[in-house]
Design a protein. Structure first.
Length: 94
């Protein structure tokens, strides 16, 4: 089973959220439909702009923790390298 670390944004260079999950499609759906309260709901952070796959839950969790401590500009650089147009990648998952 794959595990994922991902970043969501509300617009290009806007608010960024970092998370991890074992079901990326379901988790992004939950963010998009505001099914959980918190940062993503408050700031309408619903665009999947970056993700990577991991072999274990622990690897995905550790990557999330590292990214959360990163400087904002480093996160932006990572998104720009993966998705320079800051497109919502959610539809690409299907």
């Amino acid at each position: 089973m794959p595990f994922y670390t991902y970043m969501l944004a509300n617009k290009p260079f806007g608010a960024i959220y970092v998370g991890h999950t074992d079901d990326l499609i379901k988790r992004v759906y939950e963010h998009k439909n505001h099914l959980t309260s918190g940062f993503t709901d408050t700031y309408d952070v619903t665009f999947l702009v970056w993700y990577e796959q991991h072999d274990t839950r622990e690897a995905a969790f550790q990557r999330e923790r590292r990214l959360k401590h990163w400087n904002r500009n480093w996160k932006i650089d990572l998104i720009n390298a993966f998705n320079p147009a800051w497109r919502d990648l959610y539809e690409d998952l299907f």
